[in-house]
Design a protein around this ligand. Structure first.
Ligand SMILES: Cc1cc2nc3c(=O)[nH]c(=O)nc-3n(C[C@H](O)[C@H](O)[C@H](O)COP(=O)(O)OP(=O)(O)OC[C@H]3O[C@@H](n4cnc5c(N)ncnc54)[C@H](O)[C@@H]3O)c2cc1C
Length: 325
């Protein structure tokens, strides 16, 4: 193994937590295999933020800055990353899974003639071979795969690895790569998205998620109050999204977001596999449910059996009091 390249993910010029998870694992793999570790970040004005990548043991950082990265389009990402992959010539490329990565990765794999595998949860290196594990069918099964291709590009499922502490004494070379002219086939028109001042699900340390048990909008707001005292993100099951109580962007699960916070509190959620596929990597799981047989309890570290309309306000007051003292 010669070189590992990590593609950093960022939003609003801030590197996402999932990047540090992938970098930490990539560094372990690089050290164990005697490979070097490099990173690339693309953005509108990302040079300053890019320096943070060095704190995870990267020996070189590539930056690709262009106003085209302000609003996501796949072509500039594919072109920019192909240029960096050609310059860096890695054996293995790792990138945290995200909506945009799901969109551009097949194009990048085609453009670089690589072996591409999406949404991996474990990676190991054996000589020239890259071995991976990949959860399937709402994480009920795991597929093991191996590639000895010259270039292997993997997207990594959020929460699969722990991020190590950043070592701020570390620094490295930063090379700016020119994106050049991009043959754009589609233009950005408008982004229509839910607006919220709340912490985003992707980066939250605490997620409080509601299920059908909250019944209606006022039950949902009760849980939002609990989230406020925690400074947490609010998540939801698909049941609440389908009946219009929660925004689609809050859905956690197989067809929603995959999250891995330090604390996940599931309120009035039964624990269907399609939901747990999106949260089972959370560090500590607490469930509040009136049915002691609810499957979510088998996954939980702590369970509160009872009526959420009784428990949630009490918990909110208790956390408020604790924070005040
Ligand atoms: C292809 C496919 C993809 C899917 N993708 C997703 C996905 O991404 N995410 C997702 O979440 N779901 C997904 N689903 C739906 C999933 O199968 C479940 O239907 C859904 O997760 C159930 O949501 P729930 O737990 O809120 O509701 P329910 O299963 O109805 O559970 C409600 C729970 O609330 C409890 N409860 C009720 N009242 C109270 C109370 N007063 N106090 C305390 N507890 C109470 C009940 O005991 C129950 O356990 C998908 C389904 C399919 C077929």
């Amino acid at each position: 193994m010669s070189k590992i390249l990590v593609i950093a993910d960022q939003k609003d010029n801030k590197i996402k937590k999932s990047t540090f998870e992938v970098l930490s694992e990539a560094k372990k793999l690089a050290d164990a295999s005697g490979s070097s570790l490099e990173a690339v970040i693309l953005g509108e004005a990302i040079a300053q933020e890019a320096k943070v990548l060095a704190h995870y043991g990267v020996s070189k950082i590539y930056t690709v800055e262009n106003s085209m990265f302000k609003n996501y389009l796949n072509r500039p990402f594919i072109d920019g990353l192909k240029k960096v992959i050609d310059a860096s010539s890695p054996k293995l490329v790792m990138v945290p899974t995200s909506e945009s990565v799901k969109d551009y990765l097949p194009g990048l794999v085609g453009a670089t003639n690589a072996c591409g595998i999406m949404d991996c949860s474990a990676v190991s290196l054996d000589g020239g071979k890259v071995q991976i594990e990949r959860p399937l069918m709402a994480a009920k099964a795991v597929s093991k795969m191996e590639s000895s291709d010259d270039l292997v590009i993997l997207s990594i499922r959020s929460g699969s690895f722990d991020a190590v502490e950043a070592d701020t004494s570390l620094s490295c070379d930063i090379e700016s790569v020119d994106l050049g002219t991009v043959d754009i086939k589609a233009v950005f028109k408008e982004l229509i998205s839910a607006q919220s001042d709340r912490v985003s699900l992707d980066d939250a340390n605490v997620v409080i998620a509601c299920g059908r048990g909250v019944k209606d909008k006022s039950g949902f707001e009760l849980v939002e109050k609990l989230a406020d005292v925690f400074g947490a993100a609010v998540g939801s099951t698909r049941a609440l999204v389908e009946n219009g109580i929660a925004e689609p962007s809050l859905q956690v699960g197989q067809t929603g977001k995959v999250v891995s916070p330090d604390l996940y509190i599931a309120v009035g959620i039964s624990g269907a596999v399609q939901h747990t596929a999106g949260m089972s990597n959370s560090k500590v799981i607490v469930a509040i449910n009136k049915d002691e047989e609810a499957p979510i309890f088998s996954l939980s570290d702590y369970g509160l059996v009872g009526d959420l309309f009784d428990i949630v306000p009490k918990l909110t007051e208790a956390v408020k009091e604790l924070k005040a003292n």
